[in-house]
Design a protein around this ligand. Structure first.
Ligand SMILES: Cc1cc2nc3c(=O)[nH]c(=O)nc-3n(C[C@H](O)[C@H](O)[C@H](O)COP(=O)(O)OP(=O)(O)OC[C@H]3O[C@@H](n4cnc5c(N)ncnc54)[C@H](O)[C@@H]3O)c2cc1C
Ligand SMILES: NC(=O)c1ccc[n+]([C@@H]2O[C@H](COP(=O)([O-])OP(=O)(O)OC[C@H]3O[C@@H](n4cnc5c(N)ncnc54)[C@H](OP(=O)(O)O)[C@@H]3O)[C@@H](O)[C@H]2O)c1
Length: 446
């Protein structure tokens, strides 16, 4: 009903400001919200999303057992329910529409497509089967339609996770927990079955610098020490650090790690082996990953430098959790050095703007995108103040002519309802993710 009213308003040639937001993650939806809050006149926002589902990494990134963070989706839902905001799922920028199309239909476009691709380490063996980007593994356990459920078989007893950021901690925790502990989450049923069959016993988490340089946050680190199914091992000699002048966060991390180094192992079924001052130099194996060669490091003039002392871990899988990067959008400026869209306070060029990870790189928590989006919207509204609309086309007509029928907000609600129904039938938590685009589209009657 809401969308129908909006459609008739739009077709009636009203003079409200019309903005297209590309991407429905936190940045896109905070942008839509900021437009509603900051605009002094009428404004309508269409949020275009390549998937049939909104919320970006809140749905397909935030770890399934972090239910309180996942509940941010409830707040973002409120944005999609604002009367002048419309969700158009299943519309991909670069495939279904391009910048010229959107600039013909809207007064301004805000790109918020995030940073969906893994960074590379640039070492030999990185492309061996069993060397996996954390992005793929996260997508797998989150049920992202880009990664099929049969993508992973956890048949190695030892695995390595490279990187000591919060994504690495998420991946380690999911590998360390029992399937039973994840049963009440929204992990797809087939993924849960594969986690239940996991033969993983030791998970090495590898930091190329010291504990004082680790990127994880204290709350997330502490959770590793509270696992009921896994011990944590830290080597005393690897977590020595002078942190007297460091931030509270860094001091906290180091203190927690040092306390783990001082305590014994309790004999739990799995082991999380946290390493520092070790960098991966080669992934070894005939036809698939059989081992990971590490080199001890030290800092020389602030740079990570090898010491020539090596160690080889007998791992069957290497998960590279060394950060994300954005991909260029066709026809939109992109800096290959920063892997972001160059901008001034969100302005890319006339009537084109950017927000979120695509604007500033893959850093910060969900809330960081709110102030980031607010800045972009301030720039946009100041630029467009007093301007006559130049748009002359209608996106609905354009999509219809191309045979693209967007997934509406109401249809997304049907997908949500089907996920709740599935959870009930399986006697699991609030929802269980549907696997694959076909299942989602069937759930919304398409
Ligand atoms: C694994 C992981 C776990 C995280 N966990 C937490 C956490 O627990 N707490 C926390 O505070 N932060 C967490 N973060 C960080 C948080 O998710 C990000 O700050 C936030 O999602 C970035 O928002 P965004 O909108 O820029 O990007 P995204 O959330 O990635 O949203 C981008 C959206 O654009 C869509 N899109 C992409 N390309 C196109 C296209 N061509 N056309 C149309 N649509 C497109 C995508 O499908 C997606 O929906 C996590 C990040 C990761 C990677
Ligand atoms: N619960 C949460 O709040 C939560 C959960 C998940 C993600 N997030 C956020 O999402 C963002 C992305 O997280 P992230 O973990 O992907 O990235 P990140 O915080 O940037 O961590 C990347 C890690 O990879 C290491 N690394 C990079 N290149 C490497 C290489 N070539 N070899 C070995 N190690 C390498 C980095 O080490 P160096 O420091 O030495 O470069 C760092 O430890 C962060 O802002 C994070 O806080 C938050």
């Amino acid at each position: 009903m809401k969308n129908r009213l909006l459609d008739s308003q739009r077709r009636g040639g009203d003079v409200s400001l019309r903005v297209a937001v590309v991407g429905s993650g936190p940045a896109g939806l905070y942008t839509a919200e900021a437009l509603m809050k900051q605009a002094t006149g009428p404004v309508t926002v269409d949020v275009l999303e390549r998937l049939p589902t909104p919320y970006g990494l809140v749905r397909y990134g935030v770890a399934p057992d972090h239910t309180s963070i996942k509940s941010i989706a409830g707040y973002l839902r409120g944005v999609l329910e604002l009367p002048d905001v419309r969700f158009l799922g299943g519309v991909e920028f670069g495939k279904d529409v391009d910048a010229a199309d959107l600039l013909a239909c809207y007064d301004a476009v805000v790109y918020c497509t995030g940073a969906m691709v893994d960074r590379r380490m640039g070492i030999p063996g990185e492309d061996l089967p069993g060397s996996v980007a954390a992005t793929d593994f996260v997508n797998w356990y989150c049920g992202h339609p880009d990664v099929p459920a049969d993508r992973f078989v956890l048949d190695s007893s030892e695995v390595a996770v490279i990187g000591v950021g919060n994504v690495a901690v998420d991946v380690v925790r999911v590998l360390a927990k029992t399937a039973e502990e994840l049963r009440a989450t929204d992990v797809p049923e087939e993924v849960l079955r594969r986690l239940a069959a996991s033969r993983v016993r030791t998970i090495h988490m590898i930091g190329r610098r010291g504990p004082e340089h680790a990127k994880f946050t204290l709350k997330e680190l502490r959770e590793l020490g509270e696992l009921t199914n896994a011990d944590v091992r830290v080597r005393r000699e690897e977590c020595r650090a002078d942190v007297t002048a460091a931030s509270r966060q860094v001091r906290g991390n180091v203190e927690v790690l040092q306390s783990w180094a001082a305590r014994g192992l309790a004999g739990r079924p799995r082991l999380v082996d946290v390493r520092f001052w070790m960098r991966p130099v080669e992934i070894l194996g005939e036809g698939r990953v059989e081992a990971l060669k590490l080199e001890r490091t030290r800092l020389v003039e602030g740079r990570v430098t090898g010491t020539g002392e090596f160690e080889t871990l007998p791992v069957g899988m290497v998960l590279r959790s060394v950060g994300y990067r954005s991909v260029p959008l066709p026809g939109v400026p992109f800096s290959e050095s920063t892997m972001t869209v160059p901008n001034e306070a969100g302005r890319v060029r006339d009537r084109e703007y950017v927000a979120g990870w695509l604007k500033r790189g893959p850093t910060g928590v969900i809330g960081t995108n709110k102030s980031d989006a607010a800045e972009t919207v301030r720039t946009l509204l100041a630029d467009l103040a007093g301007r006559e609309p130049v748009r002359h086309a209608d996106l609905d007509d354009l999509l219809a002519a191309r045979g693209v029928s967007p997934v509406t907000y109401e249809q997304w609600l049907s997908i949500e309802a089907a996920e709740a129904e599935l959870a009930k039938s399986l006697d699991r938590g609030e929802r269980v993710k549907l696997l694959g685009l076909a299942a989602m589209l069937t759930a919304c009657g398409r």
